[in-house]
Design a protein around this ligand. Structure first.
Ligand SMILES: [Zn+2]
Ligand SMILES: [Zn+2]
Length: 443
């Protein structure tokens, strides 16, 4: 009996093995299936994408004023056969490409630049000026949003060109006003997910001062929760020579600024990220007058929601205590919610990581969260599993040199000298984003 069944079992075993290998290798097979094809596709499209990048870089626009920029992107998507709607959330653009049964995948770029002067010596540097908060200011793409737009268009081109090879719906979203953390909310308030459908997954990438070709991400928080802080300490003004006639708000504010760091160092879990910085103190007019009031402004950053709540409570309590110690009325404390941390979905990251690692190898790395904030969190908070990843922008040799003792640090995002190397950065961004979308399209 054994001898009769042996060949059959072997044959079945082989089939089983092949099926299992196919199932296990499903994600990496996307890299095998599309990898080389994508490289050729991206190289073919690249010259046009670089022209677009340099044009966007030289013509930056501020938050909610991205009219020319939005029009350019809308035209690009229309040319690729997307169904395009402009003016969503003021200047936002939504492009939909329906391509049969399958999931809907959202890819977001930002449209806006920063009110600052560019100090690179690039031939395509910006010298655009505009009026911002009543003052004339330069405008520059010093956060890399121009590169995100180029990669976004490049990804749309790549995926549209191979539409015979996948099924589903692409939802390309160009969002205004990321720098002021209002554009995502503006688009959602304008019915982004009601009018165009709620996507199954959402992706966004961001430039970061690491080596080009490198892609970094994490599971869980990848950017910080950001909250504003404002407090007014009320006292009683008096002559500087007669402090006994006063309730001194300068003393209260000083006590608060020092004591509140105890919330960070003694109450918060030391393994959890949390920062509270007071950036402005305003009160008084003259050295010999104790003022009535002192106003403080600051910023609170965290990754974890429970740490965030604990810091808010501690900050309020310390402010009240500082006033109570002086016998002063309760201070006014306002904690102004800013952006939430972007939380990367674990299952989505793991799936995408398998494909990216198979295609791009050692350049794919898990990295700790970054301290800035991002309103891409709005889409995740609206219930869409999301992944936000960082792409490197500098020559690996320069990055290595900058890390040697005495090495010159490379300019980061928001530096006037921030200058990504376009070709390798855009190409690897397009490839990584295209592979991420193709992976998410396989259900
Ligand atoms: Zn920025
Ligand atoms: Zn940015």
């Amino acid at each position: 009996m054994t001898s009769i069944f042996k060949p059959a079992r072997t044959a079945l075993g082989l089939v089983g093995l092949l099926v299992a290998a196919h199932a296990i290798g499903q994600a990496p097979s996307i890299a095998d299936r599309y990898g080389k094809n994508l490289d050729e596709q991206i190289s073919r499209d690249y010259p046009g994408i670089e022209l677009l990048y340099k044009d966007l870089h030289a013509n930056p626009e501020l938050a909610f004023a991205e009219v020319r920029t939005a029009k350019k992107l809308a035209d690009e998507l229309r040319g690729l056969g997307f169904d395009v709607t402009e003016g969503v959330g003021k200047t936002g653009v939504v492009g939909i490409l329906r391509n049969g049964q399958g999931p809907t995948i959202m890819v977001r770029t930002e449209l806006d630049a920063l009110p600052m002067e560019e100090k690179t010596s690039l031939s395509y540097a910006s010298n655009i000026k505009t009026t911002y908060a009543g003052k004339e200011t330069f405008v520059a793409h010093s956060c890399g949003h121009d590169l995100h737009m180029a990669a976004w268009v490049g990804t749309a081109m790549t995926l549209a060109n191979i539409r015979g090879q996948w099924q589903g719906t692409l939802m390309f979203v160009a969002q205004p006003a990321e720098e002021v953390l209002s554009g995502a909310k503006a688009m959602l308030d304008d019915g982004l997910f009601k009018r165009f459908g709620k996507p199954d997954f959402a992706f966004a990438l961001h430039t970061w001062p690491m080596a080009y070709g490198e892609i970094g991400f994490n599971v869980g928080a990848v950017t910080s929760n950001s909250d504003g802080f404002e407090a007014v300490f009320h006292g009683r003004g008096a002559h500087g020579s007669a402090p006994d006639k006063s309730i001194d708000p300068v003393l209260m504010a000083s006590r608060f600024v020092v004591d509140v760091q105890g919330v960070i160092s003694r109450e918060k879990d030391p393994f959890q990220f949390g920062v509270f910085s007071v950036g402005a103190i305003q009160g008084g007019t003259s050295g010999n007058i104790i003022p009535d009031n002192v106003t403080l402004r600051g910023t609170i950053r965290s990754y974890d929601q429970s740490v965030r709540t604990k810091m808010h409570e501690g900050i309020r309590r310390t402010a009240k205590a500082a006033a109570a110690t002086s016998g002063a009325p309760e201070p006014e404390v306002n904690i102004l919610p800013g952006g939430n941390a972007v939380i990367n979905n674990a299952a989505l990251v793991e799936r995408t990581e398998a494909t990216l690692r198979a295609a791009l190898g050692a350049n794919i790395k898990r990295m700790p969260p970054i301290t800035p904030s991002e309103d891409f969190s709005e889409y995740a908070d609206a219930g869409v599993p999301a992944m936000f990843f960082l792409v490197g922008v500098y020559d690996p040799k320069d990055v290595e040199a900058s890390r040697r003792p005495g090495g010159k640090p490379l300019p980061g995002n928001h530096s006037p000298s921030f200058a990504p190397v376009p070709e390798p950065t855009i190409k690897s961004s397009v490839k990584a984003m295209s592979l991420a979308v193709l992976t998410a399209l396989q259900r």
